[in-house]
Design a protein around this ligand. Structure first.
Ligand SMILES: Cc1cc2nc3c(=O)[nH]c(=O)nc-3n(C[C@H](O)[C@H](O)[C@H](O)COP(=O)(O)OP(=O)(O)OC[C@H]3O[C@@H](n4cnc5c(N)ncnc54)[C@H](O)[C@@H]3O)c2cc1C
Length: 469
């Protein structure tokens, strides 16, 4: 998390900072001599940043004096680096109310001299560290600012947009955190399942020379392991593809390609954040379950993966907020244009593989789900025109359906490669094909229930009066 946040702070300063800010901060954030933070949340405002109260008073020398309180600041205080570069959201005295009145400031723990050496201790302090369910490897700090000196990043009242550079990077980073947890939980659970002996297979002994069979013979243990494996490998393929689009967005010589890739990255960012983190919560919990009671006690380390994965569904915008971003802004907000771009990739693949007999078990359900997503999106768009709350009622289920569409696409692509290499005898491809089949047979069908739940709409959620809760 420490280098992750530094990376995000780097990106925000790189995109919106002045030349002087870049020269002062970027080299040391890059080398790791200094680390970064993002200071958005305050006690009374998390999701709704329009409510934030921290104040920034302009000074005669062009700097600002910042006063206020922040909570839950990851990497907010530590002695791992000589300086901490806080990126802080605050309001100018004449700022309009709400999110249109937020500016971004860089507020260092020690104010650097022009040559980059450390100067005076700044008035930004850690008031306490939060006691958390997990991620104990990272210090989450309450921060008070008492006239701390800062300089503005970007333009007045445009701070939220500048901060979004960091938030988008962090959202992808949180998805990767969850992929890592899914993978490490899986590896531990597989090793355990191959050693632990308990009961006999229902169909008769599989390890007759032992007093019981290894638990990996039991179908449900395999289901838990394969769920984690399918989520990890699907996530890895999806993440590699996303980062490739990100590289092309940043570095392609072709402007159209840059725009195309930017649209795709914007569309899938909430899916990377929410789908991968929800899956990690499921997968780490399954992997703990493989250990039985030994998973629940600390000694084996499995409960840590579950605890660590839980935060990923909350910070960087809760997964509900990611879902609203996907359905409300990214899909309905542009009349489905970005979604169609991903749909085109699916359609092209389906058309290319349409006559490949061996691929039918993947291509047919993929095509079917693509059609269902198109119909569902139109339906939700119509309903939302009648009542915007319909978006809130469907968004979380909708994101999960889209997550499966994306995974089904990448699993089909992986299956295609694995089928082509089937006769190579390489166990990598054999395992890939088996995992693809598992994903299609056991995980993808979840979409049927999710689509029904989307269609059920707002009424079942709103029927009960508030007083009856
Ligand atoms: C360990 C940890 C590290 C963190 N690190 C940082 C950090 O480095 N920097 C930083 O600035 N913040 C950080 N945060 C804060 C984090 O981003 C917020 O906790 C998160 O954005 C949610 O805000 P909140 O806790 O105030 O919840 P609230 O905004 O009060 O939300 C409460 C619940 O209501 C739901 N909700 C709110 N609005 C809506 C809506 N419109 N529609 C539907 N549901 C809604 C939310 O999804 C949530 O379930 C961290 C938090 C933790 C716990």
């Amino acid at each position: 998390m420490y280098p992750g946040l530094s990376h995000g702070a780097y990106e925000a300063l790189h995109a919106h900072g002045s030349e002087a800010q870049k020269a002062l901060y970027l080299p040391k954030l890059t080398s790791g001599q200094w680390t970064g933070t993002m200071c958005l949340t305050e006690p009374h405002c998390g999701t709704d940043l329009g409510l934030l109260r921290s104040k920034a008073e302009p000074q005669a020398d062009g700097t600002y004096r910042i006063t206020g309180q922040k909570i839950f600041i990851s990497a907010g205080e530590h002695d791992l680096a000589e300086n901490i570069v806080h990126l802080v959201l605050a309001r100018l005295p004449d700022a309009p109310a709400g999110s249109k009145g937020i500016s971004l400031f860089v507020v260092p723990k020690f104010i650097p001299n022009a040559d980059g050496s450390l100067g005076a201790r700044n008035g930004i302090y850690c008031a306490a560290l939060e006691h958390k369910m997990g991620i104990h490897g990272n210090a989450t700090a309450q921060i008070v600012m008492e006239g701390a000196v800062g300089t503005m990043v970007g333009e007045p009242n445009k701070g939220l947009a500048a901060m979004f550079v960091m938030m988008n990077a962090a959202r992808l980073g949180v998805g990767m955190q969850s992929l890592g947890l899914t993978e490490v939980a899986y590896q531990n659970a597989v090793a355990y399942a191959k050693e632990r002996i308990q009961m006999r297979a229902l169909s008769g002994p599989k390890n007759p020379d032992k007093p019981a069979d290894t638990i990996i013979v039991h179908p449900d243990v395999r289901k838990m392991l394969l769920t984690a494996r399918a989520y990890a490998e699907g996530a890895r393929a999806f993440a590699m593809w996303t980062t490739l689009q990100l590289d092309k967005e940043l570095a392609s010589d072709d402007e159209d390609e840059r725009k195309e890739c930017a649209d795709l990255v914007a569309l899938v960012t909430p899916i990377v954040k929410a789908f991968l983190t929800d899956n990690a919560w499921i997968a780490t919990s399954h992997c703990l379950q493989v250990f039985g009671g030994h998973g629940y006690i600390r000694e084996w380390g499995m409960e840590q993966f579950v605890r660590d994965s839980r935060i990923n569904m909350i910070y960087e915008g809760t997964n509900t907020i990611q879902s609203l971003d996907l359905l409300g802004r990214k899909v309905l907000g542009d009349n489905g244009k970005k979604l169609k771009k991903f749909g085109k990739l699916v359609q092209e693949f389906v058309e290319d593989e349409g006559t490949n007999e061996a691929m039918q078990e993947f291509v047919n359900p993929l095509a079917e789900l693509g059609d269902k997503v198109t119909k569902l999106t139109t339906e939700l768009g119509m309903k939302a025109m009648g009542n915007a709350d319909e978006v809130g009622a469907a968004a979380v289920d909708y994101l999960r359906v889209c997550g499966h569409l994306v995974f089904a696409y990448f699993w089909a692509r992986m299956a295609k490669v694995a089928l082509a290499k089937k006769d190579s005898g390489d166990p990598f491809y054999t395992a890939k094909l088996a995992t693809a089949r598992f994903y299609y047979a056991k995980l993808l069908p979840e979409t049927a229930g999710l689509i029904r739940s989307c269609r059920a709409g707002l009424a079942p959620l709103m029927e009960m009066e508030e007083a009856l809760f």
